[in-house]
Write a protein that binds this ligand. Structure first.
Ligand SMILES: Nc1ncnc2c1ncn2[C@@H]1O[C@H](COS(=O)(=O)NC(=O)[C@@H](N)CS)[C@@H](O)[C@H]1O
Ligand SMILES: [Zn+2]
Length: 480
């Protein structure tokens, strides 16, 4: 896209919604002009962020006994309609393929909204004995959901282009429960690598995944105080095993239904990373996912221009050999325009090299996250740059953790909750009874997000609806 096209300035981040939409365009992440609602185009720069993010996701899953596979997109109606709860949860969201060319299909085919009903008929054929367990398979595919709420790029899509779904099978309910815990840990580590701190909570029963025994979720707190569900882990019990007849032979030869879990992450992982770390100048990317990790800006004067350019090329070669993604911006843009462009793209580190720096045998390193300038001796450029990356990642993560902590408000009255959820997440005691939870939700005008998994027990408090003593507090928040 030509520089001139991006005349519009980026709104300040506190106008979060406008900032977010403008940034996706100005940083060349997503083009939202595709002529189907809820479907968007990945620009190459944005796609490189996606590739680097999903490289982390694959690494963490592959290193924890998961195997990547690939299942078909189209699900025959008879399979899709097998699990009653699941249907109820998805029947308003599923897209159907009804024709092949001019011929109407005898069996309509669903575009997968999620893949339980594509995968589990195959698991029925694959599972024979307890020795087959655990099965820990995932795929990274596009899925389709006819979302009727406000669609938004990377956050609420009708085509989820980067849907990582894992589907595991175990001998017992407890083994599946242990897998849920492992998945929560793996997801938390994925988000630590993205510098994104998360809230862990168990969704209230009325908000769990259709067909699950329970749903645990990871939520980020976005800059506007609303939470974004950026990962979910479901214990499916033997509900789907009974529906799809997934049975195994126990060590003493009897037939038993298997127990399952499934867990998913989508491109919301990228939405959270962009939103939490970005600033008024644009993207601020954790080095590990930045498409360009270092941009070298030659400071050119008439005299000594060749030496400067030669030195920049040498630094680029050395950093590239060290596995660092680096560009030289030798365009004829003014230095200030160069800084603006690469700061917009969230390049973690800028290296300025001019005649004086050559004399001192240094490069001037400027951090995108803090703006701090520091000289790095050219002979140590590789280690100097890499240690800056660690410092940048750590700083982004710590800063985001403080912001999250500052957006959690302990309340005792519902009126207080109503106020506090304008700025973040409120906690309030809850007896756990459904009618009190639902009553609370319509007094507050927002949902119970979930029961914190790391619940600090011991303190007895009163349910604000029925007055019953309880040791449980819940998160309440406005959500995306
Ligand atoms: N319309 C959507 N756009 C973008 N991401 C979405 C959308 N719907 C769900 N997600 C993301 O996908 C994750 C998994 O979706 S889910 O419905 O909760 N769970 C499942 O589909 C299970 N089969 C586990 S993969 C959610 O936690 C959320 O982060
Ligand atoms: Zn109550």
């Amino acid at each position: 896209m030509a520089e001139s096209e991006k005349e519009a300035a980026l709104p300040p981040k506190e106008e979060f919604s406008e900032w977010y939409n403008e940034l996706l365009w100005m940083a060349e992440i997503m083009d939202v002009r595709y002529p189907v609602k809820g479907l968007y185009v990945w620009y190459p720069f944005g796609f490189a962020i996606r590739r680097n993010t999903y490289k982390i996701i694959r690494e963490i899953l592959d290193n924890s006994g998961h195997q990547e596979a690939l299942f078909p997109l189209l699900i025959p109606e008879n399979e899709f309609m097998k699990e009653a709860e699941h249907i109820k949860g998805f029947e308003d969201e599923v897209y159907w393929v009804t024709h092949g060319g001019k011929d109407p299909l005898d069996i309509p085919l669903a575009l997968r909204p999620t893949s339980e009903t594509a995968i589990y008929p195959m698991y029925k054929m694959w599972v024979r004995s307890h020795a087959d367990f655990p099965i820990k398979i995932y795929q990274i595919v596009n899925t389709f959901r006819y979302e009727t709420k406000h669609t938004r790029p990377l956050i609420r899509l009708r085509e989820i282009t980067s849907f990582k779904e894992a589907h595991t099978v175990h001998a017992t309910w407890e083994d599946a429960e242990a897998q849920v815990k492992e998945a929560i840990g793996l997801y938390t580590e994925i988000y630590r690598r993205l510098g994104v701190p998360v809230l862990h909570s168990r969704r209230p029963d009325w908000d769990k995944f259709p067909g699950a025994d329970y749903t645990d979720a990871l939520d980020a707190i976005m800059p506007d105080g609303r939470t974004l569900q950026i990962g979910t882990v479901h214990h499916l019990g033997d509900n789907f095993a009974k529906t799809f007849d997934i049975k195994y032979e126990t060590p003493d030869g009897e037939q038993r239904y298997a127990y399952q879990t499934c867990y998913g992450i989508s491109e919301r992982s990228i939405a959270a990373t962009i939103s939490i770390h970005g600033d008024d100048k644009g993207l601020v990317l954790p080095p590990e996912i930045a498409p360009v990790q270092v941009v070298i800006i030659p400071i050119i004067f008439k005299k000594g221009a060749e030496e400067v350019l030669a030195a920049c090329k040498d630094v680029k070669e050395r950093l590239t050999k060290a596995g660092i993604r680096v560009e030289i911006d030798a365009s004829d843009l003014r230095p200030g325009a160069k800084y603006y462009k690469w700061e917009m793209k969230g390049v973690p580190l800028r290296l300025e090299i001019g005649p004086r720096d050559l004399q001192n045998n240094v490069a001037v390193a400027v951090r995108r996250d803090t703006g701090e300038k520091e000289q790095i001796p050219l002979p140590e450029i590789e280690t100097g740059v890499s240690s800056k990356f660690e410092a940048i990642h750590e700083h982004l993560y710590q800063k985001a953790k403080v912001e999250l902590e500052n957006r959690i408000f302990e309340c005792t009255e519902l009126e207080e909750v109503k106020k506090k959820i304008q700025d973040g997440v409120a906690t309030i005691p809850w007896c756990g009874k459904r009618e009190c939870g639902l009553a609370m939700e319509n007094v507050i005008g927002a949902g119970i997000l979930g029961i914190p998994l790391e619940q600090k027990r011991g303190k007895k408090e009163k349910c604000p609806i029925c007055g019953e003593e309880t040791e449980t507090r819940v998160y309440v928040a406005r959500t995306y």
